[in-house]
Design a protein around this ligand. Structure first.
Ligand SMILES: *Cc1c(COP(=O)(O)O)cnc(C)c1O
Length: 386
């Protein structure tokens, strides 16, 4: 097959959508006013900010006043967890989360442990899910917050968030979900979902890097993370990043329009899974059914993820691995270990994440190249014998 360029790392970041870039340009070139200014230039920017916030609220099914813009998904996660923990500390200092969260959540929880909070990191099942019953059983007298991700960024497992939110509501505990991977991939309607806090990030859905979103359900007690000049109704200081907010709103609109296309993406995903798991001593990580439409994560025994990545890159394919070197540590992915993979198997895993830009030809190409690369590396591996 002729060499091509295939971007299959959409869980890491997505190519900015031309429509999103076009949407933001006027706020860089012409309408560059400060939304807080009282003059015409400021009012022009303020009106746009209000309109974009309303548009996003309409798409997500919440009120504009419940949305806070942040500098990224990581900041939104930090703000949600720290803010809720501090504001509710007099009711208790226990937080429940899972072992498979993104570092933005895990490391915030670890930092709070050093400040006297107690954190329970729930185990997940072999597909990476945590059940509502398990959450229920972990809630104590002093629990104030439950934080469970909507969909996992490594293995694509979608969690039963609505049911978990139900449990939290019944037990009088705040429910937060990191929905950075879920927004745009699964239809989300916030008021139906029932969570108190939710986070999203622009660059995972076709907006530029550097814009995030925090949903705070009306009435939720939460402390500020960044103090400043009273922006965002006094909840987050810092002049609003109007160009990126414009791009985020456009990207979200397109993501919702394209939800129908997720069936096509899921078909490509399933073909990749079917073909790649035909390779001997390979296994699919995550769930076959409760899975993000674009996520494929497969382990190949006896070879290293980094070596696979390198050869894939040479073949023009961008993907990622749950192996060590990608994360600057010697341990393989905490997610793969949490679902019970032995270290040596976790080291040989590859994540391919598809999006709207991918085609069936990309899938053919990935299958051909990856099959060949695995065979080549195994032929050189002292661990491999058939
Ligand atoms: C990418 C990601 C984040 C962080 O978002 P940034 O905007 O890159 O800071 C948080 N959680 C999950 C699940 C992610 O995939």
């Amino acid at each position: 097959m002729e060499k091509r360029f295939v971007y299959a790392d959409n869980a890491a970041t997505t190519a900015p959508l031309p429509e999103a870039i076009a949407e933001m340009m006027p706020y860089l070139t012409e309408k560059w006013g400060n939304p807080s200014s009282i003059h015409g230039k400021g009012e022009e920017a303020k009106a746009a900010l209000v309109a974009y916030r309303e548009k996003i609220a309409g798409l997500l099914g919440c009120e504009a006043g419940e949305l806070l813009f942040t500098s990224c998904g990581t900041e939104a996660d930090n703000h949600a967890i720290r803010g809720a923990a501090y504001a509710n500390a007099r009711n208790g200092k226990h937080i429940i989360t899972t072992k498979v969260e993104h570092p933005a959540v895990l490391n915030t929880c670890r930092a709070l442990e050093k400040e006297g909070f107690r954190v329970t990191y729930l185990e997940v099942d072999e597909e990476g899910r945590v059940s509502p019953e398990k959450v229920d059983a972990a809630i104590c007298e002093d629990t104030v917050l439950v934080s469970v991700m909507y969909a996992n960024n490594e293995i694509g497992t979608v969690m039963p968030i609505r049911e978990i939110a139900d449990v939290c509501r019944k037990r009088g505990v705040l429910c937060m979900t990191d929905a950075v991977q879920a927004v745009g991939s699964v239809p989300i309607s916030l008021h139906e979902l029932g969570v108190d806090l939710l986070t999203a990030s622009g660059h995972k859905i076709g907006a530029p890097k550097g814009i995030g979103l925090l949903y705070i359900k009306k009435g939720t007690r939460i402390k500020n993370l960044i103090e400043g000049g009273g922006q965002e109704r006094g909840r987050r200081g810092g002049t609003e990043n109007l160009p990126y907010i414009a791009a985020f709103a456009k990207a979200l609109e397109i993501a919702y329009e394209r939800l129908d296309d997720n069936g096509r993406i899921a078909k490509m995903r399933d073909r990749l899974i079917d073909e790649l798991t035909k390779i001997p001593r390979s296994r699919l990580n995550g769930s076959r059914t409760e899975r993000l439409p674009g996520n494929v994560n497969i382990s190949f025994e006896c070879i290293e993820g980094e070596s696979i990545l390198l050869l894939m890159d040479m073949a023009g394919i961008c993907c990622s691995t749950g192996s060590a070197c990608s994360s600057n540590s010697l341990d393989p992915s905490h997610v793969l270990l949490a679902i019970g993979l032995p270290h040596e198997v976790a080291h040989g895993s590859v994540r391919l994440t598809l999006s709207h830009g991918n085609t069936e030809e990309d899938v053919d190409y990935i299958i051909e190249k990856l099959t060949g690369i695995v065979a080549r590396l195994r032929a050189m591996s002292p661990l491999w014998n058939e």
